[in-house]
Design a protein around this ligand. Structure first.
Ligand code: IYR
Length: 221
């Protein structure tokens, strides 16, 4: 690999009071984010999705390998196929695969095998991580920390969509390799999660979940 050229970092130092105000406002805005399971079918501007994916693609990644693919699905027929395949896995999950302990942990969310939002929501973003990247002529290149990298990109994507005024659901049917077949993604790409995106249904309800306070999630010394 040839050495990258370097350039000066465009960094604008902020006054401390501005930094504190910005971080406080960001925290307050992120606390308004909720995973939503009841979607409106109202269409969304595709440029919002494109810009949010561009922002996600700016994420740091192991050796800058950018080991992600975002498959955007708005076709009613594709959504129907995804719902049918996902509900098949969910029925197996709820009826036999899930342990009693797992079902117990899910009980407060009131979920079940029925996933109408996969058809109602205007947009599904299937996120794949690439363990290797195909570089042509049958050659592959190994990627480093692909799951961590895609996890970071997904966090940015969720944040970008929230700040743009949409809601999301991080949805993970298990297993979800049916996404490779339905979306014609190659074998080096592995489904990471399905990000359901759109406007909330009118009167959408969300569980009252508590987030841990700072003292419980951070230590300072
Ligand atoms: N995929 C199932 C079960 C499920 C699992 C977890 I972990 C959740 O946080 C929520 C649901 C479903 O979506 O119903």
């Amino acid at each position: 690999m040839t050495q990258e050229t370097f350039e000066p970092l465009a960094f604008q130092e902020k006054p401390v009071d501005e930094m504190i105000a910005a971080s406080r406002a960001f925290d307050a805005e992120m606390r308004r984010r909720h995973s939503v399971r009841e979607f409106s079918s109202h269409p969304i501007p595709m440029e919002v999705i494109e810009n949010a994916i561009r922002a996600a693609g700016s994420a740091p990644s192991g050796a800058n390998m950018q080991p992600w693919h975002f498959a955007v699905v708005t076709s009613a027929e594709k959504k129907r196929q995804i719902r049918a395949a996902a509900e098949r896995e969910e029925r197996a999950f709820y009826e036999k695969r899930a342990s009693a302990e797992w079902l117990d942990a899910l009980a407060p969310l009131n979920t079940n095998a029925s996933k109408p939002f996969l058809e109602t929501a205007p947009c599904l973003i299937a996120i794949f991580y690439k363990s290797t990247t195909l570089t042509g002529q049958g050659k592959t290149r190994k990627n480093y920390y692909p799951k961590e990298s895609v996890g970071i990109a997904t966090g940015i994507l969720i944040t970008a969509l929230h700040l743009a005024g949409l809601v999301t659901l991080t949805y993970t049917p298990s297993p979800m390799n049916f996404l490779n077949d339905l979306l014609q993604r190659p074998k080096n790409e592995h489904p990471f999660l399905l990000l359901v995106t759109g406007y909330p249904a009118e009167n959408a309800q969300v569980p009252q979940l508590e987030k841990y306070p700072l003292e419980k999630i951070a230590t300072f010394e």
